[in-house]
Design a protein around this ligand. Structure first.
Ligand code: GLN
Length: 239
């Protein structure tokens, strides 16, 4: 399982999710504390952020372990935004290790990460020609494409996540479908088979597979639910 995290609030650099907290994604890549599947997350990492000079978010994805990228530290210090998303990857057996299989996946203003695994047969009827439209043969890329197509059809971020997760989860009872997505102004995330927490402070909200630090205030999000975060509201509803 991968680990992912997002921020919505006052402008922060990506180090806010990765290096600064004691158990940020950098540490979670080799010493996660709540990971249920897999020991380390060394099959690549990625991050995305929004900048007022561009209509679409910026992404940086690599297939190397996060600790081996000497360029990351400076980049993560200066890349800052009111909305951030980052993930470290432990590839599911049989899935390709390539940049196009690495979160965050993106379409227009949306970014998405998938923590889990799902059979491709459970996804096939979510869209015509999903294999041809997805940027990689990775299950996560298929999930992302199914969500993005719903966004293009007019669904909101949370609605699109919920529709894909409930459909695929019913078809594949062994699926794990923790999705984390953002659009620059909100975050949505599903809990379906793995852990998810959120932490609210006076200047914003952090959402993460597992707490990024030991400060009080991290709230677990219940299994089979949808979390939505906007600047003035955190909501949890059952899936
Ligand atoms: N199945 C996805 C992949 O291979 C996600 C993996 C994970 O959560 N470990 O990238």
């Amino acid at each position: 399982m991968c680990r992912h995290a997002a921020w919505l609030g006052e402008p922060r650099p990506l180090t806010w999710l990765i290096h600064e907290p004691e158990h940020g994604l950098f540490k979670q890549s080799y010493a996660p504390r709540h990971q249920r599947h897999g020991m380390i997350n060394a099959d690549g990492y990625g991050m995305g952020w929004y900048d007022s000079t561009r209509p679409e978010p910026v992404r940086y994805r690599r297939t190397v372990p996060i600790w081996s990228d000497a360029n990351l530290s400076a980049l993560a210090q200066i890349a800052r935004s009111t909305c951030l998303l980052a993930a470290v990857r432990s590839a599911t057996a049989g899935m390709p290790i390539e940049e196009s299989a690495t979160a965050p996946f993106a379409d227009k203003g949306w970014l998405l990460s998938h923590n889990g695994r799902v059979s491709k047969d459970a996804l096939r009827d979510l869209a015509d020609d999903l294999p041809g439209r997805a940027e990689s043969a990775c299950d996560a890329a298929w999930v992302a494409t199914a969500v993005f197509l719903r966004g293009r059809a007019g669904l909101g971020l949370g609605e699109a996540l919920a529709e894909v997760v409930v459909h695929a989860g019913k078809k594949d009872p062994g699926a794990r479908l923790n999705l984390l997505a953002c659009d620059g102004a909100s975050i949505a995330a599903t809990v379906w088979g793995d852990t998810l927490f959120h932490h609210r402070s006076h200047d914003g909200v952090r959402v993460a597979s597992e707490p990024l630090d030991d400060l009080p205030g991290w709230q677990p999000v219940p299994e089979r639910s949808l979390l939505t975060v906007t600047p003035d509201r955190v909501a949890v509803q059952p899936l």
